[in-house]
Design a protein around this ligand. Structure first.
Ligand code: RIB
Length: 291
């Protein structure tokens, strides 16, 4: 069984800053580093670290071979990452002393997904497989439509929030994952509460408060694991990837939520994105130590 992930691939530039810049303000960064990121790539890495077989569908420019190689080294299937005539996407990530961030993404090659490549990537997909999506590439509705036709479950993380993209994907989504801010934005855009959005399962993450899953059978609350926050960047992606992998391996929703919460708590104790996502062994050990 396979997780197919149509997802962004970014070069992340991290700047440790004394505070997040205000409008019109120029600040000096205290340090700079780079690494593999992109919500899509982070989700693929998290799912692979959790133990799932992951096929990433994406695109990089001529400057992006390193990103494909890094994804492969982190356990992700890269046969369906295309080289396209555009710059590999990058992200400018300011991180403040409390571990909060502000991110700007230049989407570049992420917006050059082709329907032909998508079709060939999903050619061997079958019921029991799952398609993962977020809002950092083009062609997500077409991918969801094709996945539905092939009997796949569709898990969609509505980040970064974009009302039109989200409205197009809601009817094609089985499991929706979003944070409390994105939920408020979705409510403002649609006027709908989570149980009326369409997907059978809606999972809302609420940072240090944990979160909740709204299903047709009712609501499940889950707790956050206490952790010393160094950098929250990619914590949501880590949650999503681990959740998808745990559900895919047949864990009940409650157990999958707990594993995902543990992995994302461990992530916030580390700087960086894809390279900072914990392994399954680390996550299991952290979870067991906490109980
Ligand atoms: O969620 C974190 C990610 O958002 C970063 O890796 C950055 O690339 C942006 O996509």
């Amino acid at each position: 069984m396979t997780l197919y992930n149509l997802g962004s691939i970014n070069l992340d530039h991290f700047y440790q800053v004394p505070h997040l810049p205000a409008p019109g303000e120029t600040i000096l960064a205290e340090s700079h580093s780079t690494g593999l990121g992109g919500k899509g790539a982070n989700i693929s890495v998290a799912a692979a670290q959790a133990g799932a077989r992951v096929v990433h569908i994406g695109a990089v420019g001529p400057d992006g071979a390193w990103a494909t190689a890094r994804l492969r080294a982190l356990g992700v299937g890269t046969d369906h990452i295309a080289g396209v005539d555009a710059l590999t996407a990058h992200a400018i990530i300011n991180v403040d002393p409390a571990g909060e961030n502000a991110i700007t993404v230049f989407p570049g090659a992420n917006m050059k997904q082709s329907l032909k490549r998508l079709e060939s990537a999903l050619a061997s997909a079958a019921p029991g497989d799952m398609l993962l999506l977020q809002n950092e590439t083009n062609a997500a509705p077409q991918a969801a439509q094709r996945a539905r036709e092939k009997g796949l479950e569709v898990l969609y993380a509505a980040a970064p929030f974009e009302p039109k993209a989200t409205a197009a994907l809601l009817p094609l989504t089985d499991i929706l994952v979003l944070n409390a801010v994105e939920l408020a934005q979705l409510k403002a855009a649609t006027g709908l509460n989570p149980d009326a959005l369409g997907p059978e399962t809606v999972i809302v993450t609420e940072g240090a408060q944990g979160g909740r899953a709204i299903t047709t059978a009712g609501e499940i609350r889950f707790a956050a694991f206490p952790a010393e926050t160094i950098d929250t960047t990619g914590a949501g992606d880590t949650f999503t990837g681990y959740l998808a992998a745990a559900l895919h391996e047949g864990q009940p929703l409650e157990a999958a939520l707990r594993l995902a919460a543990a992995a994302s708590a461990l992530k916030v104790t580390r700087k960086g994105t894809a390279d900072a996502i914990p392994s399954r062994a680390e996550t299991d050990a952290f979870m067991n130590a906490a109980s």
